[in-house]
Every structure is written in C-alpha cells, then in structure tokens.
Ligand binder design. Structure first.
Ligand SMILES: Nc1nc2c(ncn2[C@@H]2O[C@H](COP(=O)(O)OP(=O)(O)OP(=O)(O)O)[C@@H](O)[C@H]2O)c(=O)[nH]1
Ligand SMILES: [Mg+2]
Length: 262
C-alpha cells in the first residue's frame, strides 16, 4: 500500500500543547510557511501560561490556524486522538504530529510530506543514518536508545525510531488502524500506533532528523511515563490488542469517542 491516487490537497499538523506560550506562536508560523497546503491545529489542555489565549489571538489573522481547547491536562495520547478526529472530520489527506518546542524542526516537513507520497506512515527519525540528537545528556541518549531497542525487539516493528512524535499518517491509515481504541498515552501511544500501522500491513518510512533540545519551557512528560511505556510494550507483546481487519466478519462498531483520560 502506498502511492497516492489523488493529489494531496490538505495537510494537517497537530501541535499538542501544555504551557508552550514561548514556542507556539513562532512554531505555528514556521510550520504554515513550509507548504501552502498545510494547516495547523493546536490541541491545548488549558495551559496555565496562556498558550490557548495566544493561539486565539494569532488565529484572528491566520485562517490556517485552528485551536481545540480541552478542560485540563488530559495527556499526550488523547491530545493526538483529538487532533486525529479533527483531521478526519475536516477531510485532511495527510495528518502530522509534532512537539511544540522546536525539538522537531519544521524545515523537515517538506521531506516528510514528499516521502508520505510514497508511504503510508512516515517518521522524522533520530536513528537512521544522517539522523541524531543534539545537546542531550548521555543518560537521556542511552534511555532513548534502549527504549527503541526494547520496543522494536518486543513488538517486532521495522522502524529504527518507534518513540518519535514527529510523524505523518495518510488519512486511510487513521481510518483503518482504529487509533481511538488505544488506551495508553505518551511514548507508549506512539509505540502502539507504530505497531498497529505495521500489523495492518501499511508501509512505513523514515526521514533522518536532528532532534534538538527543546527551545524554551520545561518538559511536560513525567519520567514515570517511561516505565509505564515499558509496561505497555510488554503487555502488547504478550497480549496484543485484537485488531479487526476489513476482511473480518462483522467488525464491532467504532465509537469514535475519545477514550477517557488515562
Ligand atoms: N495537549 C497536551 N499536550 C501535551 C501534554 N503533555 C505534553 N504535551 C505536549 O506534547 C509535546 C511533547 O511534550 P514534551 O514535554 O516536549 O516531552 P519530551 O519531548 O519528551 O520532553 P523534552 O525533551 O523535555 O521536551 C509538547 O508540545 C508538549 O507541550 C498533555 O497532557 N496535553
Ligand atoms: Mg519535547
């Protein structure tokens, strides 16, 4: 599965935010400047620093910027799902996710978009030749490397960087792999998504990126998330969620609802 039949007309970039007021304005501007087909949706979890309010102000002069406000910090996994729902409802062809802290440089988007023309899912990858990480302390490099080795080996995913949040999906992938059933958040959401995409037989590709230390602000993902992710990966390997393939008789109806916050 790959090559696009119809021309790609609409591209959505989902930016999940929690306290990214120092980054969100400039990042939205740079993302939108990468390609005339790009629109952005910020999924903000009632950031106390006013991220949502700033986006609302910018929106007045930028029709390609959308904002979804949620009531509180509900987690990265459900923020991605909210963005996916928006992308599907609004008929976008390609849907990307990025961190809103400049770790994922928007200048890689054209290469990712080009590769997504020939693949079903693409990843901005730290662990293919030409990719890498800048300014990360040694312990964080080791942890990330190990997390990838662990997930790749246990889940048997043919992806060098399966915890990367800089990704693009074809609409057909989001319609097929049933992402709304995923209950895990953060890193394990990304690993389970990659696992689902692979199991459904979709093709995946990687574009090398240099991942940079966040520009401003502080990390929003707690370190306990890493252990939780390791646990979810093990559970998925031992007791994989039942996937319903299009050819299966009477598949259960998808609710389309976001799952409850983890
Ligand atoms: N909407 C929403 N966004 C979140 C939540 N947690 C994190 N984010 C956003 O998700 C993106 C990734 O989170 P980061 O804090 O950068 O996580 P990280 O990249 O592992 O950590 P750093 O390397 O320290 O930046 C950022 O844009 C965050 O603002 C959440 O609960 N809800
Ligand atoms: Mg980050």
């Amino acid at each position: 599965m790959s090559e696009s039949a119809a021309p790609v007309e609409r591209i959505l970039v989902i930016l999940p935010t929690y306290n990214e007021v120092e980054n969100v304005g400039e990042l939205c501007r740079q993302v939108i400047a990468q390609d005339p087909r790009i629109e952005v949706v910020v999924v903000d979890d009632h950031s106390p620093d006013g991220t949502g309010d700033l986006v609302e102000t910018i929106q007045a002069g930028e029709p390609k910027l959308h904002l979804i406000r949620r009531s509180g910090k509900l987690g990265l996994g459900t923020a991605y799902l909210r963005g996916f729902r928006f992308g599907l409802d609004q008929s976008f062809d390609f849907v990307f996710t990025m961190d809103c802290d400049f770790s994922h440089n928007p200048s890689y988007l054209p290469d990712l978009i080009e590769l997504l023309g020939r693949r079903d899912m693409v990843v901005g990858s730290r662990y293919v030749p030409g990719g890498g990480v800048e300014n990360w302390p040694r312990h964080r490099r080791l942890l990330s490397r190990f997390a990838n080795f662990y997930a790749r080996t246990l889940l048997r995913i043919d992806l060098r960087d399966c915890t990367a949040g800089f990704r693009g999906y074809r609409r057909r992938v989001l319609e097929t792999v049933r992402p709304f059933e995923i209950r895990s958040s953060g890193y394990s959401f990304l690993e389970e998504m990659a696992w689902r995409v692979d199991r459904y037989g979709f093709s995946m590709g990687e574009v090398p990126i240099i991942f940079e230390q966040r520009n401003a602000g502080v990390s929003k993902i707690e370190s306990s998330e890493i252990y939780l992710a390791a646990w979810y990966v093990l559970l998925t390997a031992l007791r994989p969620p039942k996937l319903v393939f299009p050819s299966d008789p009477s598949p259960p109806q998808e609710s389309g609802e976001d799952p409850p916050a983890p």
